[in-house]
Design a protein around this ligand. Structure first.
Ligand SMILES: [Zn+2]
Length: 193
């Protein structure tokens, strides 16, 4: 079985350990790192925890190395997870940013401090998504975050799921940056086959 790599900034170590600990309970092999250079080719999934700035930088690396990865951002009462990125197939982080900008969605500020129990619950949701990904070939429970952004307020127990489609002109994964390439079909469903 491939390994699950958790990429995180130094200040997010405790959150990375929370998620990783739950993945280990689910029987998944987990490794932690602060550098994307340490992640070997073709990890089963890279789970990246960090600020929007870091996620954007990691998005370019993941796209160029064709890593499947799951972006995770914590905020004061929970956090946001997804869309799970399959390079060349699903929307990437830059596609999400462009979609959000076009909707004038306000950016949620980073949270240095938060409610520990809310973070614990949110970490559990992230771990559950990863567990669904791990069994995608043998169960009918696809991760919710495939093609979707999940924003979850674990304190008030409410969440919002938004579909996120690829942006053909995306500067990272766009298929129309080159005039010779035709638009690609949206093929999220194919990865579960
Ligand atoms: Zn993109």
């Amino acid at each position: 079985m491939g390994e699950y790599w958790i990429l995180h900034a130094e200040e997010d170590r405790a959150k990375a350990e929370k998620i990783g600990g739950m993945l280990q309970i689910a029987g998944l092999p987990v490794r932690w790192t602060e550098s994307p250079d340490e992640v070997p080719e073709a990890p089963e999934l890279m789970i990246a925890i960090g600020s929007e700035e870091r996620l954007s930088a990691w998005n370019e690396i993941a796209n160029s190395r064709a890593f499947n990865w799951l972006p995770v951002r914590f905020n004061r009462l929970g956090g946001s997870v997804g869309p799970l990125v399959i390079p060349g197939v699903t929307a990437c982080r830059e596609c999400l940013k462009r979609r959000m900008a076009s909707l004038s969605s306000p950016d949620v500020p980073e949270a240095a401090a938060g409610f520990e129990l809310s973070w614990q619950i949110f970490a559990g949701i992230v771990a559950l998504e990863v567990a669904k990904w791990s069994s995608r070939h043998k169960s009918s429970f696809a991760p919710l975050t495939l093609g979707h952004l999940l924003e979850f307020d674990a304190f008030h127990i409410e969440g919002e799921l938004s579909a996120v489609h690829r942006v053909p002109t995306c500067t990272v994964c766009g298929v129309r940056r080159s005039a010779s390439l035709a638009a690609q079909p949206w093929t999220e469903a194919a990865v579960l086959a």
